[in-house]
Design a protein around this ligand. Sequence first.
Ligand code: QAP
Ligand code: CO
Length: 171
Amino acid sequence: MILPIITYPHKTLKMRSKAVEQFDQELHTFLDDMYETMMAKNGIGLAAIQVSRPIRALILSIPNDKGDQHKENLLEIINPVIHTTKGSVLYQEGCLSVPGFYEDVERFESLTLHYHNRHGEEITLEATELLAIAIQHEMDHLEGKLFIERLSYNRRKKFEKEYKKALKEKK
Ligand code: QAP
Ligand code: CO
């Protein structure tokens, strides 16, 4: 089932998400719905809060070198914790909850992540490149934070102006 994605400035996006405690069939169905929703909207990452559920779950489907997304490469990341980080990089980010806007954001270049999969098993992941960036973007959602909040004052002003204009033209 494709779920509705909430967009900025919906106040639910500012909520802090709560830890997942039950790794049951209901969670599995919800993760399947998140996947269907992300693929339908041409996303590479989605956090549960973006479909109005404040739980610490996110999914990532990073494209391969040819730009294709494969279900075997889907990551379902629950209750993640970053353990170590290295370096910093700039990357032009977007977000399904901030449609049509892209801007450079500074992130750690690589990181070690601990998380649980859909069965509650503990996983350790070493992430670099786009995967490391996407993990940080999605983990911000768990804290109620959007990438636009990481922009400089002037870029944030540019965003607010452009976004309001786009919203008006959509009405
Ligand atoms: C987060 O973002 C991300 O504005 C995932 O019109 C972004 O999937 C992680 C999207 C960059 C790492 C680097 C955005 C689709 C998708 C839009 C997305 C849009 C249609 C964003
Ligand atoms: Co996002």
